[in-house]
Design a protein around this ligand. Sequence first.
Ligand SMILES: *Cc1c(COP(=O)(O)O)cnc(C)c1O
Length: 378
Amino acid sequence: MANIRVPYLDLKAQYQSIKPEIDTAIARVLESCQFVLGPEVAGFEQDFAAYCGTAECIALNSGTSALHLALLAAGVGPGDEVITVPFTFVASIAAIIYAGARPILVDIDPRSFTMDPAAIEAAITPRTKAILPIHLYGQAADMDPIMEIARRHGLVVIEDAAQAHGAKYKGRPVGSIGDLACFSFYPGKNLGAYGEGGALTTNSPEYAQTVRMLRDWGQDRKYHHALHGFNYRMEAFQGAILRVKLRHLERWTEARRAVVSLYNQHLAGSGVERPTEMPWGRHVYHVYTLRTEDRGGMQSSLLAEGIETGIHYPVPVHLQPAYADLGYGRGDFPHAEAASRQVLSLPLYPELSAQAVAEVAAAVKKAVANRTPTAMSR
Ligand SMILES: *Cc1c(COP(=O)(O)O)cnc(C)c1O
């Protein structure tokens, strides 16, 4: 295996840049000995609600928990259907199954990689309860038509914003557009904890109250259980760390966007398809994906030069063995399937140097130039 010169992600660089602040926050939690929820988590909830422009934020132990509780708060249960897409991280679909409901899949728009609003109405049945669009790669789904269809059919909209902290749709922050929204703070996400973490945002005090109860065993008072709840509480360490990191998020997002514009300059005219920032919003580039017919060849030539890449995601959820029982098959979602075959994610993090970006872009161009005719016809 080649020496990695440019890793896909580098979390150490970021920690080094904020080490004193983080270390102080961690020490504060240790001194307080309040390790679960508490003032650090409550403070983060206030800060993150303000950042998203919502009335409420409930901090949780993962993005998956946020999806699960959003569905439960919306009243989704056995016999219900929830419309989402197969081109996503598996959690978006798993959470629907946790709630006892049935995921109904629709294809993506091939340019934005997000839910194609034109595909939604044909999927609506009398059992449909909610629509769950994913702001994939850090780009908002086309929310206006999604909200319009949902309102017309009396459906709840749950945003999966796990990859899209700080993204905007027509000037509005994601997390504030649907009825409920879910964020993940998994370490590699744009806003990452130092462990697991997630949050739900909403403008509805009723949803917020239900989610606060559900995350803590359904209690309305200590040891009084009004609902069937869960242990989905955020740890104080994560709340304290996320409060520090949230203060830097806009700067990091701008740094990501600067890396992307460098990639775009270097790769213009190179023959590879670059990501499209849709006119409706601000893309926060959790992931920068190229599309290429010879994805395998490009990935191995980059690796041979010490450049790590990622594939998000190699198999759409409807073709995963675990979800065969959803009843879909190959050919059902051609845009999702083509994307799964063609996408390749380049290294991207706020601290990535211009030098490294230039090296990665040069390696991409070299791989395109060296493509053999057999590889091209695959
Ligand atoms: C990361 C992610 C999740 C799950 O978040 P966890 O915090 O890992 O549970 C859900 N949906 C999408 C689109 C994600 O990228």
